[in-house]
Design a protein around this ligand. Structure first.
Ligand code: AMP
Ligand code: MG
Length: 472
């Protein structure tokens, strides 16, 4: 094989009850349709001939050094506890240590059934594979911690959902695939040895500074507070913030029905299965606290004294809303070009958001227009905007520095839902050009690109995509 991936696997050395060793189910006609050369270089991957790449990233060939396995985990899904989930359509091929010394997982998603597939076929279709590829790469370029996309392969096989659809496999790269639900799996079984082994592994991988499970919890809470604040600052709605989709690393994972809002509306929900808005835009800050409370609960058995552990963990979880709020205000401050903190900033931000809400302003374009100094048109109540604008100008210290900060913080482009859906339709019809164009434009989201003005436009009323669906 000329394709070489410098595997250095550590998860496979954990006890056998952490996973099931498993190879992918082969597919008939693998064809590589996207490959992330820059990421491959970071990972030290030596690429090979196209057929070889297609075979490996479809799961037909096991690359040298891989130790494929399906990870087991549990999780709260929409608040209900499932004691056993796991990689039902994914396989961890192994890990590599990248150019900066960071350990990264390489995972196939859509690679066939595993013991954790339950009723599922273990497959993915092209739509969710390209959605995750595009959204995760865009998220990275927007400066937010996220899993990455290395490759996408068409399998040549049909996947049946409501209709027959082209099958595909995504190769995903992550700091790890350790989830809150991974800890919950062992806690639910009162498997303290398993919990301890997972804790030691997680600490070594993500938080080597943590001296105790309590410190690890605090570090995860800090990372997740930062992450969710970043999402809020970009109008991002994850859509399925179940505890099995919440990482210990603090990376965004599992893009399923994820979407960015166009018009600013705080209770926006896209996911078709989120009937009660549990994962609505403005509930994400509450849900992540709830998820951290579940992580805390799972960590209690690792502490020598249960009562004092509960007191300590409760304190850490209760402190989280204020942390998220501080991160949110910091993120929006930068969006307004404010490089220092002052009392009253939260009110300045929230008054702007209230005006945007009342006037149904486009979230992304309003902040971009503020950066360019031409935002007045985005508002319906111009007088109210003028009054807010005067307050903002009085607060700004140096306008030149402010503009540079704003242009580097407020993207011109996000993966707008209607464009993503349009791209998927084209790809299903065999046309990959919209995918490639979106990927290219979103690789530089903070630069106005004259030939991409259409991609900055909000949807026309007949173009609005109000619902998104899970990747299944
Ligand atoms: P998700 O919410 O998409 O992250 O998935 C929740 C659970 O369902 C995970 O355990 C997945 O492995 C499993 N799952 C989702 N889709 C499929 C599928 N097509 N086949 C088997 N398992 C699946
Ligand atoms: Mg998931």
């Amino acid at each position: 094989m000329t394709l070489q991936i410098p595997f250095d696997n550590s998860y496979a050395a954990l006890p056998p009850r952490f996973y099931t060793r498993q190879v992918a189910q082969p597919v008939s006609q693998p064809r590589l349709i996207a490959f992330n050369e820059a990421l491959a270089r970071d990972l030290g991957i030596a690429t090979g001939a196209p057929e070889e790449m297609a075979a490996v990233f479809a799961g037909n060939a096991v690359p040298d050094g891989a130790a494929p396995l399906a990870q087991v985990y549990a999780g709260h899904q929409f608040g209900g506890f499932s004691p056993q989930l796991g990689d039902g359509r994914a396989l961890l091929l192994g890990e590599v240590v990248d150019g900066q010394g960071r350990r990264r997982d390489i995972q196939l998603k859509g690679s066939g059934q595993t013991p954790y597939s339950r009723m599922g076929d273990g497959r993915a279709w092209l739509g969710p594979v390209l959605r995750e590829y595009l959204l995760s790469e865009a998220m990275h370029k927007l400066g937010v911690p996220t899993t990455r996309a290395l490759a996408a392969v068409l399998t040549g096989e049909t996947v049946y959902r409501e209709t027959p659809l082209p099958g595909a496999v995504l190769t995903r790269v992550a700091a790890s695939h350790i989830r809150v639900g991974t800890f919950q799996y062992f806690a639910a079984r009162r498997d303290v040895d398993g919990l301890q082994a997972l804790y030691v592994h997680t600490r070594a991988r993500h938080y080597p500074q943590a001296q105790t499970p309590a410190e690890l919890l605090e570090m995860v809470i800090a990372a997740q507070a930062r992450l969710v604040a970043k999402w809020l600052s970009l109008g991002f709605i994850h859509g399925v913030m179940n505890t099995d989709n919440t990482t210990l690393s603090g990376e965004t994972i599992d893009y399923g029905p994820a979407a960015y809002m166009d018009i600013y509306h705080p209770v926006t929900v896209y996911s078709s299965i989120d009937a009660h808005g549990r994962y609505a835009y403005d509930n994400q800050a509450n849900v992540i606290v709830w998820n951290m409370a579940q992580l805390a609960t799972a960590l209690v058995p690792l502490m020598p004294d249960t009562d004092s552990a509960i007191a300590k963990f409760t304190h850490a979880v209760h402190a989280m809303p204020a942390q998220i709020e501080a991160e949110r205000v910091a993120a929006f401050r930068a969006k307004l070009g404010l490089s220092d903190a002052k009392d009253g900033d939260a009110a300045l931000i929230d008054d702007l958001l209230a005006l945007m809400h009342a006037g149904q302003a486009d979230f992304t374009n309003t902040f971009r227009a503020l950066s360019h100094g031409n935002a007045r048109d985005q508002f319906t109540d111009r007088e109210a905007y003028d009054a807010w604008h005067a307050r903002w100008q009085a607060r700004l210290a140096s306008e030149d520095a402010a503009q540079a900060l704003m242009l580097a913080t407020n993207p011109a482009y996000i993966p707008r839902n209607h464009r993503v859906e349009e791209m998927i339709k084209a790809a299903v019809g065999g046309d990959m050009a919209p995918f490639e164009r979106l990927l290219r434009v979103l690789s530089d989201p903070f630069t106005d690109q004259p030939d991409a003005a259409d991609l900055a436009q909000p949807p026309l009323s007949h173009e609005v995509v109000a619902q998104t669906f899970c990747g299944t």
